[in-house]
Design a protein. Structure first.
Length: 230
């Protein structure tokens, strides 16, 4: 039976400088490609990762033979992706593996998440630790596809507001004020509230929450509710 092995993302708060906050749901990484041959070896119990990962190390000459590899845009980490076949010969079933470390031809990789459901394509959450990803057909010949990785939803400290996300998504809080700021999410999370200065102006902090509803207030006087659903 084919299965998903998705590594759980640990709840975390990370500060990084940004020039501007992304809009919620904005597409960040989009491309199309073609893969000539399938690799159904997972069904027979043979590891599929080495032949598929070989396209990474072989370079452009191997791209599109049995797999299509790409570097994951950091702006999409912790948000949703869609992998959709757009054509091909025979029954088409695409899979995707995200790697935190793709390893080498001799060294074992570290898979952040494997999406290998029976069906035409895949969708889910891009793991926060992903650096590379490999797309490959479980079935189908000369398969064309579209891939879309979305940027994380964001909330400005000066605006607040309500937001509904899927379990596993990361929400960015952005200090769009001209002074130090913070966010108080009660027992669920806090950003900058325990620091002497808090978030600097122009910084963003990513937060992952469990299932449920969480209210928050910001140092700029805004507030809202984040609803996390399955």
């Amino acid at each position: 039976m084919r299965r998903i092995l998705a590594a759980a993302l640990a709840a975390t708060t990370v500060l990084t400088a940004v020039a501007a906050a992304p809009s919620a749901g904005e597409s960040q990484q989009e491309f199309s490609g073609t893969i000539a041959l399938p690799n159904p070896s997972r069904e027979t119990g043979t590891p599929v990762t080495r032949p598929n990962r070989s396209t990474i190390f072989a370079g452009s000459a191997a791209q599109g033979t049995i797999a299509h590899w790409f570097k994951v845009d950091p702006a999409t980490l912790g948000d949703t992706f869609e992998l959709t076949p757009t054509g091909g010969v025979g029954d088409v079933d695409l899979d995707i593996i995200f790697y935190s470390n793709p390893g080498s031809l001799t060294d074992a990789p570290s898979a952040a998440a494997e999406y290998m459901n029976a069906g035409t394509g895949e969708s889910g959450i891009i793991p926060a630790s992903a650096t590379y990803a490999v797309i490959f057909p479980y079935s189908g010949v000369n398969v064309t596809f579209d891939y879309t990785g979305n940027t994380r939803p964001s909330i400005n400290l000066s605006e607040g507001g309500d937001l509904t996300i899927t379990l596993g998504q990361v929400v960015d809080f952005v200090n769009d004020t001209g002074e130090y700021g913070s966010v108080d999410g009660g027992e669920a999370f806090s950003i900058g509230t325990g620091d002497a200065d808090g978030m600097r102006a122009g910084e963003t902090s990513g937060v992952e929450l469990p299932f449920g509803e969480f209210t928050y207030t910001t140092s700029a006087g805004a507030s809202g509710t984040i609803t996390v659903s399955f």
